[in-house]
Design a protein around this ligand. Structure first.
Ligand code: DQA
Length: 144
């Protein structure tokens, strides 16, 4: 089983950006957590981060050609704006789970809209980095 984890803009700044909201652990820590979790679960993992909307779209298209079975996606700010990322997910038609480190539901009004949420079969928010592992487990269960 092959899982792709996609992270959107500013997530490479984890540990630096707003630590009161996103915590003190870094993007490298997140990658290490995910690599370990994948190893324990015996799944192949590819982790990708970009600050550019088009690159996120291209990585989703890449998933189609590289036989990815499931996608965990935190589109970050593009969650609330990007029809292009929603359309890319619909185009490749690969099961996907939406993740947010923070509890977006209890934040600003503009964070209440999620375009990718119109495609993803599950949304996990407010669980910190562990939310990504939770998302991986939900995907593995669905794909079994
Ligand atoms: C985020 C929440 C988004 O609203 C925000 O723009 C982010 C991170 C999260 O993981 O909590 O960059 O997706």
């Amino acid at each position: 089983m092959k899982i792709l984890v996609i992270n959107g803009p500013n997530l490479n700044f984890l540990g630096i950006r707003e630590p009161d909201i996103y915590g003190k652990n870094t993007y490298r820590d997140l990658c290490a957590l995910l690599e370990n979790a994948a190893k324990e679960r015996n799944v192949d993992i590819e982790i990708f981060q970009s600050n550019h909307e088009g690159e996120l779209v291209e990585k989703i298209q890449w998933a189609y050609f590289h036989k990815v079975d499931g996608i965990v996606i935190n589109p970050a700010a593009y969650t609330h704006t990007s029809v292009a990322i929603l359309d890319a997910l619909k185009a490749v038609n690969i099961p996907a789970v939406e993740v947010h480190i923070s509890d977006v539901d209890s934040r600003e009004d503009f964070r209440q809209i999620s375009y990718v949420g119109k495609y993803c079969f599950k949304r996990i928010a407010g669980e910190g980095f562990d939310g990504y592992v939770h998302a991986m487990d939900v995907l593995i269960d669905k794909l079994k």
